[in-house]
Design a binder for this molecule. Structure first.
Ligand code: HEC
Ligand code: HEC
Length: 296
């Protein structure tokens, strides 16, 4: 390493004095264009941090002179969108739910809107594809606990189920039979439920269970176990289970009972969103026509 600056003989340019294995570094000035670009980016950077939100502060960040915010932009574009659809929105709010399927354009708008409402509010419990999970009903099939017409679905969504925030919430309560019946009786009832749903079962126990079922369960689940929507009592005679159909799960359900709770969305979503998400759920595949109306 040489420590004294000198001039390179070949190029006539001053060297920096650094030398590696005899190779010396020329002290060429930085190219003008490069230097000016650097200065401009610095000026632009300072200007940017003044104009836009930038520096982190104790609470939040500097706001910037332009008052720009992604959140405000989203709010604005939602408002613009709502304004564009104002006609459809007011029709949706006014329409008789069960007649919604007759208006193709309105229905298309409702289902599209409902799809995004569903993703944001419902998928965490009912699954992103609405196929449900243990305790959270599948909304794709036509097996309904409380009802599958547009107005019935809208009611379930608006008021919720067994919540304590809406006095109009759908409500029913299965007793915990573990506190009422003997263990052997519960085992017999398990066999009877297996029998009702066409699964392998112990015939003798199921025969005893049938009598117990008649006395204790038929009032809600029906004589043949086909359920009662007025009470949200599931059909026990099909292959669709909310909690499960293995012996162990059935025994837990009958001994401890279940109490599925759904929030009242009328307290969280606006009217067009409630109607839209009901239309979306109705359109998933299991939607029914209003009670008593022939589809044709
Ligand atoms: C916190 C969990 C949770 C969220 C979030 C939720 N649900 Fe539910 N939902 C439930 C549960 C639990 C039930 C079943 C209640 C029962 O056992 O009767 C249910 C039942 C339903 C039913 C009745 C199904 C039938 O068979 O009759 C509909 C319809 C429904 N949900 C739609 C929705 C929609 C639409 C949303 C979003 C706006 C939503 N749910 C959000 C938990 C949830
Ligand atoms: C007061 C009405 C009522 C009575 C009486 C009743 N149940 Fe239920 N049962 C319900 C309701 C409501 C549910 C759904 C609970 C939920 O959605 O969280 C249910 C759920 C069930 C389930 C779960 C079904 C599934 O899909 O996972 C089984 C099994 C069941 N009941 C069996 C019985 C048996 C057996 C008896 C009689 C010993 C009985 N129930 C008596 C109302 C009743």
């Amino acid at each position: 390493m040489a420590d004294k600056k000198k001039t390179d003989e070949v190029s006539g340019v001053e060297t920096t004095g650094h030398s590696w294995d005899g190779i010396e570094e020329l002290n060429n000035p930085l190219p003008r264009w490069w230097l000016w670009t650097l200065y401009m980016t610095i000026i632009w950077g300072i200007g940017y941090t003044i104009a836009y939100p930038a520096w982190p502060m104790v609470s939040g960040a500097t706001q910037g002179l332009l008052g720009w915010s992604t959140r405000a932009n989203v709010v604005r574009s939602i408002e613009e969108h709502e304004a564009l659809n104002a006609g459809l929105v007011s029709q949706l709010v006014a329409v008789d739910m069960d007649a919604l399927s007759d208006d193709t354009d309105l229905l298309r708008y409702a289902v599209a809107r409902g799809s995004s409402v569903f993703k944001a509010n419902c998928s965490q419990c009912h699954g992103s594809g609405a196929a449900g999970a243990k305790g959270y009903p599948n909304l794709l099939d036509n097996d309904w606990l409380w009802g599958g017409s547009l107005s019935e679905i809208a009611y379930s969504v608006r008021h919720g189920i067994r919540n304590d925030t809406d006095t109009d919430a759908r409500f029913s309560q299965m007793p915990a039979f573990g506190e009422i019946l003997e263990d052997a009786d519960i085992d017999a009832l398990v066999e009877q439920v297996l029998a009702l749903s066409g699964q392998d079962h112990d015939q003798a126990a199921a025969a005893r269970g049938a009598v117990l079922f008649e006395e204790n369960c038929a009032a809600c689940h029906g004589e043949t176990g086909t359920g009662d929507r007025a009470q949200g009592a599931p059909n026990l005679a099909d292959e669709i289970w909310l909690y499960g159909a293995d012996r162990e799960t059935l025994k837990t359900t009958i001994s401890m009972a279940r109490f599925g709770v759904m929030p009242a969305w009328g307290q969280r979503l606006n009217e067009p969103d409630i109607r839209a998400v009901a239309a979306f759920v109705h359109g998933l595949g299991g939607g029914e026509n209003p009670a008593g109306l022939d589809p044709n």
